[in-house]
Design a protein. Sequence first.
Length: 346
Amino acid sequence: MSSTEDLDYPKTILQYNSGFLVSKVIFTACELGVFDLLLESGEPLSSDAIAARLGTSTTGMERLLDACVGLKLLAVDLTQEGALYRNTEISNIYLTKSSPKSQYHIMMYYSNTVYLCWHYLADAVREGKNQYERAFGISSKDPFGAMYRSEEEMLKFMAGQNSVWSICGRDVLAAFDLSSFTQIYDLGGGGGALARECVSLYPNSTVTIYDLPKVVQVAKEQFVPPEERQIAFHEGDFFTDSIPEAELYILSKILHDWDDDKCRQLLAKVYNACKPGGGVLLVESLLNEDKSGPLETQLYSMNMLVQTEGKERTAAEYSKLLEAAGFREIQVKRTGKLYDAVLGRK
């Protein structure tokens, strides 16, 4: 190891060590409404003014704001009246609630649910199962029962997933030309953001969101306006209930929740329901074939350990699952973004 590497090594470890501190700074600034206030104010504000409007201590708020400046989420102007803080373009686009690309809801879901499960990561590694029982006192046998443990939590999760598709949805739907598929089922489509991207990109298509009854009810009330005529709903549990016939089935971030046996079971049902010439589109974050990265996907796989029964997989592993169900002509497209696409044909 060179002398330069000797010097860099401790710095790298220290940066990793403080990663959770960075997360909590962002979560806290979002939760307190710092970015929303600065957007609404239309002008830079002092730490005293921000603290007064948000009902916090002045000393705590000043330190939080300075940390956000260090993270380049805020900018500061030094004037005769003192330091004045304003949003950067990144925080205006991604961290304010009103932005079309807002990631506020997924931040709050990570802060209030994911973060608490990760506290028990060592237990998850020892036991090989999710940690809802330790984190929330809820049985770990039904991951989605735990995720949807209250209407508030379900709404938070659905809004968070919608925010992800607001910035990633078009990439995965455009990875292949899906214009020949006009009758599409989005299994586990939740709040409908991916379905809305789909009908926008492919205006001749109709998309049916197939999800649990309580999820469908919230989607209708909160997320998908009734004038969206190209989107329909189907209530049920696709593991235990029948799956209607369609030309294309979208499974976005579904298979990574389950072990291989459950995935094979679901894909076999999809294959049997699929029209001849139809297909299935898997939307997942793909590991490299040697599982050396990407780091984000490796971390997602750890998250699957603490929250679900599943894991992230390589393209070859997903292809093998598809082939076992009967799908052929399997194609893989890496988008260069958070999520990739795998298309199998019947």
